[in-house]
Design a protein around this ligand. Structure first.
Ligand code: GAR
Length: 205
């Protein structure tokens, strides 16, 4: 019987707690997708172990083993995505910049989660940036990926108050809990064909 569910690739560089939230949602039946492949640029990424435990293909793609340059690396990723017939690519703590090679092959089909309310605090250490700025509210954002860093059309956001005496670690933990909630939700909206990109706006029907 053909499998009707979305074939998802997750690209991750580290711990993989967002991957785990996606796996948990799939196993709980609240996300109609299957993990077609998990790819990491780090051999030691815990995300690879989580994929294996779930019974999904886990690929360490060594950046030193491909031709120099981000484009060549993305071309190697693309081979794996095609081999596994992937319909959506979810970046989950993937600490490499994605190039046109991947984005042109998957237009409006690459998502990312970022631990701030974009467009505030893009880039690294977003939680620390929010704290240093004195923000009273921060949160997380799921967005489609375009060439700029953390700039693509926003799909879903959740807010988290910045409390008195907050540390980057405590803020990170509370934001992460929201990430784990909204990322599977956003992917489910995609799986149901309910996301339409109109310029900068993502319409949810
Ligand atoms: C998450 O907080 C994610 O939002 C962030 O890295 C963490 C990965 O955690 N991503 C970025 O900062 C991307 N700009 P995880 O590996 O446990 O999912």
């Amino acid at each position: 019987m053909p499998d009707p569910s979305l074939r998802l690739a997750v690209l991750a560089s580290g711990r993989g707690s967002n991957l785990q939230a996606i796996i948990d949602a799939i196993e709980a039946g609240t996300l109609s997708a299957r993990i077609a492949v998990v790819i990491s640029n780090k051999a030691e990424a815990q995300a690879l172990e989580r994929a294996r435990t779930h019974g999904a293909p886990a690929v360490f793609l060594d950046p030193k083993a491909t031709a120099p340059g981000r484009e060549a690396y993305d071309a190697a990723i693309l081979e794996h995505l095609r081999k596994h017939d992937v319909g959506l690519v979810a970046l989950a703590g993937y600490m490499k910049i994605v190039t046109r090679v991947l984005l042109d092959a998957y237009p409006n089909r690459v998502m990312n989660i970022h631990p701030s309310l974009l467009p505030s605090f893009p880039g690294l250490a977003a939680q620390q940036q929010a704290l240093d700025w004195g923000a009273k509210v921060s949160g997380c954002t799921v967005h489609f990926v375009e060439e700029g860093v953390d700039t693509g059309p926003i799909i879903r956001q959740a807010t988290v108050p910045v409390l008195e005496g907050e540390t980057a670690a405590s803020l990170e933990a509370r934001i992460l809990a929201e990430e784990h909630r909204i990322y599977p939700e956003a992917i489910q909206l995609f799986a149901e064909g309910r996301l339409t990109v109109e310029g900068r706006r993502v319409r949810i029907t």
